[in-house]
Design a protein around this ligand. Structure first.
Ligand SMILES: N#[N+]C[C@@H]1[C@@H](O)[C@H](O)[C@@H](O)[C@@H]2O[C@H]12
Length: 437
């Protein structure tokens, strides 16, 4: 498989997120992840993003690395608390960081794709305004989005409103594994809804400000399969697919939540104002697909949503996720047929047992993972999927949320003691692939 097997305009890139790589906390106000990661017991080894990969001070070096690898595009997120103090007052120093980042990318012919929200909500908005639980958050988000569209929209033409709202809502407000660490089932549905409303308000602003741009939303897209052919397991898997995938895509395209999932939530209030879906279902230009693996599901009477995960038999990554490239093909074809929107794979990659030895990292497992998922991508394109690009997660090892720095997803190895970067064998492979070798 060669690069020239893909459409000429197909964009190969890599991706990161602000809190996971920037550090530079001295020049921004705090986010919910600053408070969460500094709360004992919330992250592995008590790791936090105070320094991370020090990208705030090393962005030029990191862009040079991307240039050397030869990526066409780079997906990164803006830190809301960096560009708006407490999420409300524009901070010119923070805005200037992203101006310089964008200009350096463009100088190097790397197309910027910006994610507005990759989980680092300004702490003030959470503490003083109740964060995503407050319907008014959509207005704060629209103000933030408008500021960024006005400041960068002349040079940045690809925008993503939210990254994985399912994680923000479900992991942040029900499971409690992510910031702000709530464990309230009902809250997680209110949060999901306000995230989608915020998405819609940002799209409305975008259409006024960046008339020649493209905007979408990125969700985690998981292949959900039933553990058995038992009707209860099949139904449980179908509902999980609706909770994870349909819940964050159907309202945008169809203007409603998935019916069976809504009907299954007997004791959940979904008192939603009717015109909310007019806001949520603003026409978008693409869906971003973050694909990592599958979930194997069986029925469980004792779970609020009547399901439980089963351990799959396939080889797994360091995250314990099965390596399942067929799932990517299946979801791309399904989404193409169901939503009829252009797609970007905005994240795909793996955490590996990466070891620095003589300034090298031999990660053949990651090269094989990427090759297998590139094959699924190419097969989907050949079968008619309107797929526009693929961003490997991640450019470099970084702060992996509750796992801290214990999981390495990067094409580039980061020695956190020295902040020295080392291209892994997978980065060298990607470089040759991009040169069509
Ligand atoms: N875990 N994991 C890796 C990766 C995470 O580092 C990203 O921030 C998320 O968008 C998504 O969950 C995927």
């Amino acid at each position: 498989m060669k690069r020239t097997d893909f459409p000429k305009e197909f964009k190969f890139g890599t991706a990161t997120a602000s809190y996971q790589i920037e550090g530079g906390i001295e020049d921004r106000s705090p986010s919910i992840w600053d408070e969460f990661s500094h709360t004992p017991g919330k992250t592995k080894n008590g790791d936090n993003g105070d320094v991370a990969c020090d990208h705030y001070h090393r962005y030029e070096e990191d862009i040079e690395i991307m240039k050397d690898i030869g990526v066409d595009a780079y997906r990164f997120s803006i830190s809301w608390p960096r560009v708006m103090t407490d999420g409300i007052k524009p901070n010119e120093k923070g805005i200037d960081f992203y101006q310089k980042l964008v200009d350096k990318l463009l100088e190097n012919n790397i197309t910027p794709f910006i994610t507005l929200y990759h989980w680092d909500l300004p702490l003030y908005l959470y503490k003083e305004k109740n964060g995503w639980l407050n319907p008014d958050i959509a207005n704060y988000f629209q103000d933030y989005a408008s500021l960024m569209f006005n400041k960068l929209g002349d040079r940045v033409k690809h925008w993503i409103t939210l990254n994985e709202p399912w994680c923000s809502a479900f992991l942040g407000y029900f499971v409690g594994e992510h910031a702000p660490g709530h464990k309230d089932f009902q809250e997680s549905f209110y949060v999901a809804h306000n995230l989608l409303r915020s998405h819609g308000k940002a799209v409305i602003a975008f259409r006024d400000i960046v008339k020649d741009g493209k905007i979408g939303i990125t969700n985690v897209v998981t292949k959900v399969e039933s553990l058995s052919n038992d009707e209860k397991d099949i139904q449980a898997a179908k509902l999980v697919d609706q909770y994870i995938n349909g819940w964050y895509h159907d309202p945008i395209v169809y203007g409603k939540y998935p019916e069976e999932a809504v009907n299954s939530l007997k004791n959940i209030k979904l008192d939603i104002p009717e015109n909310d879906f007019d806001i949520i279902s603003q026409t978008i230009d693409f869906f971003g697909v973050n694909y990592y693996s599958r979930q194997v599901i069986s029925y469980d009477e004792n779970h609020p949503l009547k399901f439980k995960h089963a351990e799959g038999p396939l080889p797994k990554t360091e995250m314990g996720w099965e390596i399942y490239p067929k799932g990517l093909y299946d979801k791309l074809v399904e989404f193409n047929n169901k939503y009829k929107l252009p797609l970007y794979i905005t994240e795909n990659g793996m955490a590996g047992p990466d070891k620095l030895e003589n300034e090298q990292i031999h990660d053949d497992y990651r090269i094989n993972y990427i090759k297998d998922h590139f094959k699924s991508t190419l097969d989907a394109i050949k079968d008619g999927v309107d797929l526009r690009g693929y961003f490997i997660w991640s450019l470099m090892d970084n702060f992996e949320w509750a796992h801290g720095y214990s999981k390495r997803f990067g094409l580039v190895y980061v020695d956190y003691n020295t902040q020295k970067r080392y291209l892994k064998d997978s980065a060298l492979w990607y470089k040759n692939f991009l040169l069509n070798k």
